[in-house]
Design a protein around this ligand. Sequence first.
Ligand code: GLU
Length: 305
Amino acid sequence: MEKLLDNIIQTNRKYVEEGEVASYIPELKKGNKNDLGVYVTTLNGEEFRAGDYETRFTIQSISKVISLIIAIMDNGEDYVFSKVGVEHTADAFNSITNLETKNLHRPSNPMINAGAIAIVSLIKGREPDEVFERILNFTRKITGNDNININREAYISEKATGDRNRSLAYFMKSTGVITNDVEKVLDVYFKQCSMEVTCKDISRIGAFLANDGVIPLTGEKVIPRETARIVKAIMTTCGMYDASGEFAVNIGMPAKSGVGGGIMAVAPEKMGIGVVGPSLDKKGNSIAGIKVLADLSKELELSIF
Ligand code: GLU
């Protein structure tokens, strides 16, 4: 398996040249465009890795999966999906027009920024610190990594420049999707996006979902199978932004990407896969990371379709 992963990384390294590291959050410019790594966690606890798998990066939008799970656990899916839809959008992840023109001013789905910010507003906790603490602890639990923390520089950088997210959030406050303090909600959202991980961590999140909400290493059942099913369905249709259809055709796995360069993919009943490659395509997905997943999916027949 490691030989296979090694070969796949070597073959696809050249694609990093064709993308760019995200720059709209200034701190992300520090990412190394040439990094490319992969980590696989199987459901029987075996782990395999290749390339720059030790690269640390901010989880960014992959955290949207975690907050969605917690919001469903707190409120039930009916309430959550009365606030945020489950429909794919062909618009960019931070689109403003999508919010104003579609879905009666509800965000289209929990994987775009507007939807994710609304989801964070549904998580229970007395103060923003408590809400974020719950997200962080949940992430530590399902990755088995108590050392996960936020990258302060990334958090401060996004908080200082996140005006697009601010406008989405204030718009949702005006339409009643968000009912609590917008700045407090955004603070939690910026923090959750700034959690620093490796592709080992995200492969373990993938394995937890592949195992229907049971942590493979400990056997602990953390969420109902039904919640895992819903989350995987939304990842399949919406997880790769406006490239989700192409990803379903070419790779065929529930997945979620982030602008830090990570992609978390789920091969149900088989494995979780974490990829890192900070060089991104125009839609915000790791350009070489997608190629790595495509080869892996073909070699191991991982497409769910
Ligand atoms: N923190 C990023 C933002 O809100 C997350 C976007 C992403 O990873 O797609 O813009």
